[in-house]
Design a protein around this ligand. Structure first.
Ligand SMILES: NC(=O)c1ccc[n+]([C@@H]2O[C@H](COP(=O)([O-])OP(=O)(O)OC[C@H]3O[C@@H](n4cnc5c(N)ncnc54)[C@H](OP(=O)(O)O)[C@@H]3O)[C@@H](O)[C@H]2O)c1
Length: 293
């Protein structure tokens, strides 16, 4: 039977890849993509009304206020979008008896474990973004009968602002870059994550799943790899500490996700981040102006 699938946050970095993947992998379903122009999840009545009118069978909620430092400076907006907004979407999902899929983050953890985090590990976020996303998780878990929470991390992709694009842009403008070397994680390509989300939906997975590309690195080693693969390794990279970076939000020093549950239940293992990065840079080489260097 044809299912109605609604993606909220469809025009974001992950959303665009996910829409493409769902449309091709689920040709027998009807897939709708909404973003802030179609629905503002901060508005409870309007959100519930619009979703109830469509009556989706599966509601994939990936809209969020994702600027981690921005969240630290505007706590009210962070909770209004990431926590309360998710509560409104969960209420609508429950009224439609839809399955709800929610994207969450490695920043629900504090990094003290120093080995890959399991889905069952107790969360303890260090920053406002992490706290607001965790509150979103709790609304999904308590408000919706059939839910799937996918925690991921360090996203980059073809669409939207991300670390890879930022490093290449800075490398076009500066001779020396300073990059944080005391946070460990797994950079994750949105195209790979989109495939995993589609697979989890096809397996009708429930509960919490960790999904990220495999292997780990620091932002500094990730930055070095980006420059090397782009033929820009003449740019000097200096490792700095998180403290030296002066960013408003504290990040966990270690937030690698253990993705064994994904493997066990779907057979999927996301490739190493370095392979994904290579493919991404080959497919979408960013043209950098070298003027002024
Ligand atoms: N990026 C990462 O590294 C990362 C890591 C872990 C988890 N995640 C999670 O993965 C998901 C996708 O991330 P992403 O990087 O693809 O995000 P993104 O590019 O920032 O996309 C999020 C989308 O949500 C929209 N949005 C914001 N506020 C909204 C509102 N009130 N109502 C409706 N739509 C709204 C945004 O519109 P505007 O652009 O106009 O604001 C944007 O199109 C998010 O749930 C995020 O928390 C991301």
């Amino acid at each position: 039977m044809k299912r109605v699938i609604l993606v909220i946050g469809a025009k974001g970095m992950l959303g665009r890849d996910l829409m493409g993947d769902l449309l091709s992998s689920l040709p027998n379903d009807e897939v709708f993509g909404w973003d802030i122009e179609e629905i503002d999840i901060q508005k409870e009545e309007d959100t519930v009304f619009k979703i109830e009118k469509l009556r989706p069978d599966i509601l994939i909620h990936i809209a969020a206020y994702t600027d981690v430092d921005g969240c630290e400076l505007d706590k009210e907006k962070a909770f209004a979008v990431n926590a309360e907004g998710t509560k409104h979407v969960a209420l609508a999902a429950s009224r439609c008896r839809a399955k709800m899929v929610y994207l969450s983050t490695d920043y629900v953890f504090d990094g003290n474990k120093r080995e890959p985090y399991l889905e069952s590990d107790p969360p303890h976020p260090l920053n406002v973004y992490g706290r607001s996303k965790l509150e979103g998780e709790q609304y999904v878990q308590t408000g919706v009968k059939d839910s799937l929470i996918i925690r991921t991390q360090w996203l980059y992709g073809r669409y939207g602002k991300n670390f890879v694009a930022s490093i290449l842009q800075q490398a076009g403008e500066k001779r020396v870059l300073s990059i944080v070397n005391d946070q460990i994680g797994s950079p994750t390509y949105t195209a790979d994550l989109a495939k995993a989300i589609s697979a989890l939906i096809q397996f009708d997975a429930r509960g919490i799943f960790h999904v990220a590309n495999s292997d780990l690195c620091t932002w500094y080693t990730f930055g070095q790899a980006i420059l090397k693969l782009s033929g820009m390794d003449r740019v000097r990279v200096i490792p700095i500490s998180s403290k030296e970076s002066g960013r408003p939000a504290v990040r966990p020093s270690y937030s690698v996700l253990n993705c064994q549950r994904l493997k066990k239940e779907t057979g999927l293992v996301l490739r190493p981040w370095s392979e994904a990065l290579k493919d991404y840079l080959a497919a979408y080489p960013l043209r950098i102006s070298r003027e002024g260097r």
